[in-house]
Design a protein around this ligand. Sequence first.
Ligand code: RB5
Length: 153
Amino acid sequence: MRFYVGSDHGGIEMREQLSDLLQDMGYEVADSFGPSESGESVDYPDVAQDLCRALLKSEAEDIATLGLLVCGTGQGMAISANKIPGIRAGAVGDAFSAKMIREHNNANVICLGQRVLGSELAALILQTFIDSEFAGGRHDKRVTKIEGLAQNS
Ligand code: RB5
């Protein structure tokens, strides 16, 4: 599994913590988007766009890929990422939702809030997201309809 990770200035520490965790677990972190610890303030839609473009390119090469975006709340990243066709992003604050956005919504990006979540909970949420798989079946047509919304609205 390949990962892309990204954050704005409100999520740098959590992005770095979870990026290290992913690598410790043996996953490939192909690229990291967003500022380093310089205190530079950036706009989260720009980071979301850069990460999502890289993720979609990787998916197009048939590489199993997931994205992690962190901002203060996770919400701005999710709102931004979901504007990009092919991206299904969920802002999550609990493990059950992390499981469900994979199983039912086939999410390919998880968004977390550094100002909302403790580091242990964030790690558990990410682990649960990774360990869960899209269930397919009746959820397939619903996920296809999500993509249709972007094209037909
Ligand atoms: C940045 O201050 C903050 O607005 C951002 O990290 C995020 O919480 C937006 O949704």
